[in-house]
Write a protein that binds this ligand. Sequence first.
Ligand SMILES: [Zn+2]
Length: 482
Amino acid sequence: MFHLSEDYSKLGLKAGLELHVQLDTGKKLFCNCSTKMKEKQPIEIVERKLHPVASELGTVDQAAQFEFLKGRTFYYQAFKGESCLVDLDEEPIHPLNSEALTVALQVSLLFNCKIPSEIQVMRKTVIDGSNTSGFQRTAVVGLNGYLEFRGKNVPISQISLEEDACAIIGEEDGRVMYKLNRLGVPLVEVSTGLLVGYTPEEIQEIAYMIGITCRSTGKMKHGIGSIRQDMNVSITKGARVEIKGVQELGIMAKIVEGEVKRQMIEKAKEETRTVLPDGNTKYMRPLPGASRMYPETDIPPVPVNTKYLAEIKKSLPEPLTKKLQRFEKELKLSQQLAKEILRSDYVEVFEKVKGVEPSIVASTFTNVVKDLERSGVEISNITDENFMDLFNNLAERKIAKEAIPDILRMLAENNTKKISEVAKKLGFTTLTHAELDKIIRETVKPDMPFNKAIGIVMSKVRGKADAQTVIKAVKKFLATSA
Ligand SMILES: [Zn+2]
């Protein structure tokens, strides 16, 4: 086992990032279907064999691609309100969704990109069956921008507006099952230029900043799979390796580090690798050649006139990167917590809470919520109003912060929606000072060590008194009874 404490720039570490973020628009990119992806039961399963035209595949991997399609049958699950004839490639696409275009242009402007005077939708050949048409539609909406990062400008080479592909459910004996509802959901793709002179941690940080800059629009989807990241990594001695499908931002630095180590030890070849759950990568396929693009002929290019652009510029949202600084400086949140709250679904309600220590609120919306989700609690049952009610009770000292996890659990699992009632049911009503003092007198001996006394009292009053109050009261008791 060796540790890599070396200077990454000496190793010649170069990386490039590509982030895909789903847009939370009302409709899909080229049809009127919902983008919710909420339906569980398919209403129909459509069987297809795909026959791409040879000339459209380009020369690279052509044989392999045909080999792949040969003998494979694709099945598409259609969902009510979430899939239609456009998605099945049986009806021409509708005009480009203007809501999605506006959001994509906002993102381009937030990254200081040049905006093309017209948006030309292109077709990019895709042959794994994840697009029923055999290609993915994509349009460049911004070029040659940058992201300010620690006093430097990180190059953002291109912003595209794309349609998402079908999600794969499984494959067995040449039968591939896809869900049709993700196909056509708008995606913004942000591609960086080559990142040179950054450490793996900084590369992860840049990916985070790109993500929250997109989120600044308030129009990005949340949750697992809503952001997908690809990257390429190389060192001077190694080769350019593409790593596909990084879903968890937190392991990105580890993946880059691992790839650098691998390229130092093995003789690295240019190839595409995929991420394993433990953060390691494995070989997936050779590097693909540059994709062939063809103009989409079903719809004309969309002009971006100066009036339209001026309107978008006027209503540009506050970048979350600015909000991050504000949360750290004004609210005194740790950088870690500030970053997590910005990535969560709760920034807006977090900002509305008054009268409670911001770090308690932030950690409820991040750590506590995550822990509960992990233990199977359906957090989506808890509304923003419930959270506001919770923090109002906390601000008025009607509940203690230690009671929050249990209250939220009960809130999610029961029909009782008033915090005061839930707290009462759980026995979490705060103790008066007299009640607390009585418990201390009954459980603490005057010669007890302070930490032991605190431990005993806390175990008796958990959820009924906050730790600070208990510490004060125990200190007072020990000081006066000694
Ligand atoms: Zn549709």
